[in-house]
Design a protein around this ligand. Structure first.
Ligand code: 2AM
Length: 179
């Protein structure tokens, strides 16, 4: 029998933005700040699905394929720390409407398909550090990365040779589809 896979919908950061962020991060934070997320793993989760069967994945993919909305511009210009999850993150000061619409749609599709969704509102973020120290000092405002988002993806979270790797399984374009 096929095993369940740990899946999530996310936005991929352009690779040049991933590279710029890790160079900026190295200059902003001390080495002991926490466990830095690898450049290729920097992403913004839209909906976390948990462990999903093949059958449920296919149903979720069909629903995702019906989403019809235009792309949007995302600006990462805010940073914060969540003490409970020991995470340091980057995010948008002002989340674009298209981002909230997309995440809400994917989260409600996931909930209706039986994937547990937290009742907490969606808080868009790109995790920079895990296991962060409590006293990390956050960068002064003034940083910003802006890019266009024209697609979203389904990722599988894999743990191989002691490392986490996110494997993109499918992509969907953000366009207004003709009915
Ligand atoms: P995080 O970066 O804030 O930890 C892959 O693990 C992605 O799914 C990460 O972006 C992670 O968010 C998110 N994730 C993991 N477990 C989650 C959960 N229980 N609820 C919401 N998002 C989760």
């Amino acid at each position: 029998m096929a095993e369940n896979r740990r899946l999530f919908f996310a936005l991929t950061l352009p690779s040049e933005v991933q590279q710029q962020i890790i160079h900026w991060r190295a200059a902003q934070f001390p080495a002991e700040a926490g466990r830095p997320v690898a450049a290729a793993n920097l992403h913004l989760t839209l909906a976390f699905l948990g462990d999903v069967s093949d059958e449920k994945r296919q149903a979720l993919c069909r629903l995702a394929g019906r989403i019809s909305q235009p792309g949007f511009t995302l600006q990462l210009d805010d940073a914060g720390q969540w003490l409970r999850s020991s995470v340091v993150w980057l995010g948008p000061r002002q989340a674009p409407r298209g981002l909230l619409q997309l995440a809400n749609m994917l989260r409600s599709q996931a909930a209706r398909s039986g994937c547990y969704q937290s009742p907490q509102p969606f808080h868009p973020h790109v995790t920079l550090y895990r296991n962060a120290i409590r006293s990390v000092s956050l960068p002064a405002p003034g940083f910003s990365w802006q890019f266009r988002v024209n697609e979203f993806s389904l990722y599988e979270s894999l743990f191989e040779q002691g490392r986490t790797r996110y494997q993109a399984l499918e992509h969907w374009s953000l366009t207004n589809k003709e009915e």
